[in-house]
Write a protein of this length. Structure first.
Length: 303
């Protein structure tokens, strides 16, 4: 039995809203037609996906499982469309995503030596879009930082790097040569992800701000709304007159990985993965060198 992607999209619309009427409005179809499509999908799968009663609509266990799996499937289909469109134009292109602070140049140069006819684009990505951009084909391969939702992805560890504390410039610990995790106990935390992904459990769990990206993080920290953490290499690219970066050696290191869609078969992607693995040590050293040679002055200024 082949899974009908249109029915799957209809299912996701209902599952996310738990309301057939609102889902039908959003999909611009009649509610009876939507109900028929969902019943047909349940018949195809041989399992009920929703419980419909006087209290409303809820997912069954089978429905929850399908919802968990549907995102990567639909994104992968979108990725196929993107790649076919590019191929139809006769373009050989590879798009590499990277998180701030990761030096992609060593791998790109190694790859281009073997594939001089391939256009390599690079695109910076944020933490909350790592998996989505890989699955829907906006990038072909990504240098990512953990954590990442690994559903539908193949994740390959490359190297680790230390984190630094990001503090307001007038913080009592700003300008220290280094601090410990215990020094920050009770501090409100400015973080860009679910609290379960925080690198420390010391800051106050019910305080602070949730942000997206380094720019927002620095602005909140500068305003005194909390402290945060960055990978050491990322601080090379960002300075702020009201922020201080301080090494925190006992904090868990950040893991840099390479990620590709698990179902993707591509000799070009495989060759880039090989180039990235072969140059991982150089990439890590680039970050360390830049931090101490370029970031040292910035860190001192910020401190």
């Amino acid at each position: 039995m082949d899974l009908d992607l249109r029915k799957l999209r209809y299912f996701v619309a209902v599952a996310e809203r738990l309301h057939f009427g609102r889902a039908a409005d959003d999909l611009h179809i009649a509610q009876p037609a939507l109900s028929r499509q969902i019943r047909a999908l349940e018949h195809d799968l041989g399992a009920p996906l929703f419980v419909r009663d006087s209290h409303g609509v809820t997912l069954t266990d089978a429905g929850q499982q399908l919802l968990d799996d549907a995102g990567p499937l639909l994104a992968a289909a979108q990725g196929v469309r993107r790649r076919v469109s590019v191929a139809a134009r006769g373009i050989r292109r590879l798009t590499v995503g990277f998180r701030v602070g990761v030096a992609v140049t060593p791998a790109v140069r190694a790859f281009e030596t073997r594939h001089p006819d391939v256009i390599v684009d690079v695109q910076r990505i944020e933490g909350d879009e790592q998996a989505a951009m890989l699955l829907d084909g906006r990038i072909d391969v990504g240098y990512v930082r953990l954590p990442i939702d690994e559903a539908g992805l193949r994740v390959i560890p490359l190297y680790t790097e230390p984190r630094v504390a990001v503090l307001p410039a007038d913080h009592w610990l700003a300008g220290k040569e280094q601090i410990t995790e215990a020094d920050l106990a009770g501090e409100p935390l400015v973080w860009n992800a679910d609290p379960s992904t925080q690198p420390t459990r010391r800051p106050h769990p019910n305080a602070g701000y949730q942000v997206r990206g380094v720019d927002e993080t620095l602005e909140h920290v500068a305003a005194g709304r909390g402290i945060s953490f960055l990978a050491r290499s990322a601080t090379v690219f960002y300075s702020h007159p009201d922020v201080s970066y301080v090494p925190i050696p006992d904090l868990s290191a950040e893991q840099v990985c390479l990620a590709v869609p698990a179902a993707r078969t591509s000799p070009l992607v495989d060759d880039f993965v090989a180039a990235a693995r072969a140059t991982a040590e150089i990439t890590a050293e680039c970050g360390n060198y830049e931090m101490w040679q370029l970031g040292g002055e910035s860190a001192a200024t910020n401190g």
